[in-house]
Design a protein around this ligand. Structure first.
Ligand SMILES: Cc1ncc(COP(=O)(O)O)c(C=O)c1O
Length: 381
């Protein structure tokens, strides 16, 4: 029998699947994986139903429905001031995950180095490794996960092909400021490094702060592939709809992979989203909606023994538990499920082995009754 040499020898089942299964087994309240437990706006669902009935049931155009690409182009230009040509600079993808994977596969070659800031969302590294790239981790520092720009600069070498950034940041709920973006822009200026900018939580930013898209910074925009998610923005993660925006010379390469990687994504969903995006409040009101949820959750656990810095964006809140136990976060997260019927994600799964802080990540994109039940448990621990 042939022995198959795994292309991803160190990859097992993702923690989200493992924790989800354990949560179900113990009938736990599940604040682990990042998805809402409520439906998208009924108006959007109506548009989807209509699109199916109107016969949008066959292949969509390869780069996506043009009217949807036009709406995205308008949205980016209005919010961030850069024009992306709908024909040549925007492609509709199967969620941000495919946008990320296709970006990596279009540009990362064997031996290339890719800088990934840790903790990091878990899909970047396997994608990079599949294409023979080498991940160069740079740690975000301290309890507030700050970027150390000197360390970042030192990690860049002649082999650096790509840098992956993510603001608002999963899992920490931190956001980057204009100063961070300007610092990044200065460091990358004059290099041919490509930036993969994961902006799936662009519409979930709190406390009146704005989202710092790479599209606001011309030198960054000229080297960036922006990966975005309708799933996160419209409470429809199960649809796996997203898009990628980038300058034409990079998009040309992305498109070559995209056409064989997936060719095109749901026609009916694209038609519905194109209509729905015509009303900007559908995405602009998300900041306030989720800020209310964050505040509701934090207020409900304010007397608990957990420590917290309020999340600045995303729908995740980190809770620090060093007042409660010395256990490492995986052991504590498992015990929370088995003994208290509450599921969260240990932050170490997004980190390098040396990481030893004591944070769990909770998703507050849940109805208030679920947040109340979770808070009741957290307050007793
Ligand atoms: C930071 C980040 N990027 C990308 C994704 C994937 O987005 P999508 O569901 O649109 O593929 C997620 C989903 O959790 C995420 O948290």
């Amino acid at each position: 029998m042939n022995i198959i040499e795994s292309k991803l020898p160190n990859v097992g089942t993702t923690i989200f699947t493992t924790i989800g299964a354990l949560a179900r087994q113990h009938d736990a309240i599940d604040l682990s994986q990042g998805f809402p437990n409520f439906d998208p706006n009924p108006d959007l669902l109506k548009l989807v139903g209509e699109a199916y009935k109107e016969g949008y049931n066959q292949y969509a155009p390869m780069p996506g429905v043009f009217s949807l690409r036009e709406m995205i182009s308008q949205k980016i230009e209005t919010l961030y001031g850069t024009h992306y040509h709908p024909e040549s600079e925007i492609i509709i993808t199967s969620g941000a995950t495919q946008a990320i994977f296709t970006t990596v596969s279009a540009f990362v070659q064997k031996g290339d180095e890719v800088i990934v800031l840790k903790p990091a969302y878990d899909s970047y590294e396997p994608s990079i490794e599949l294409y023979g790239g080498k991940v160069i981790p740079v740690e975000l520092e301290g309890n507030n996960f700050k970027m150390n720009w000197d360390v970042f600069k030192a990690a860049i070498s002649s082999k650096t092909r790509m840098v992956v950034i993510n603001t608002p940041h999963n899992p920490t709920g931190t956001i980057w400021s204009a100063d961070d973006m300007l610092r990044l822009q200065e460091i990358l200026r004059g290099t041919d490094i490509i930036l993969l900018s994961d902006e799936v939580y662009e519409h979930i930013v709190f406390d009146g702060k704005g989202h710092e898209s790479v599209a606001k910074y011309s030198d960054l925009a000229s080297r960036s592939m922006i990966c975005s998610s309708f799933g996160k923005t419209f409470h429809a993660t199960g649809w796996k709809m997203g898009y990628c925006a980038g300058p034409e010379h990079l998009m040309k390469e992305f498109r070559k992979v995209h056409q064989f990687n997936i060719f095109s994504v749901s026609h009916a969903l694209q038609m519905a989203l194109a209509q729905y995006l015509k009303e900007p409040k559908h995405y602009l009101e998300l900041n306030a909606f989720y800020q209310k949820k964050r505040d509701y959750f934090l207020d409900a656990i304010k007397d608990s023994r957990f420590q917290m810095i309020p999340s600045s964006g995303t729908y995740f809140q980190l809770l620090e538990y060093s007042n409660i136990t010395d256990e490492n976060d995986t052991v504590f997260a498992e015990r929370l499920i088995k003994e208290h019927q509450l599921a969260s994600i240990p932050v170490s799964v997004f980190c390098n082995e040396a990481y030893n802080q004591k944070f769990l990540r909770f998703c507050f994109a849940k109805t208030n009754d679920v947040l109340d039940r979770a808070a009741e448990i957290l307050n007793k621990i």
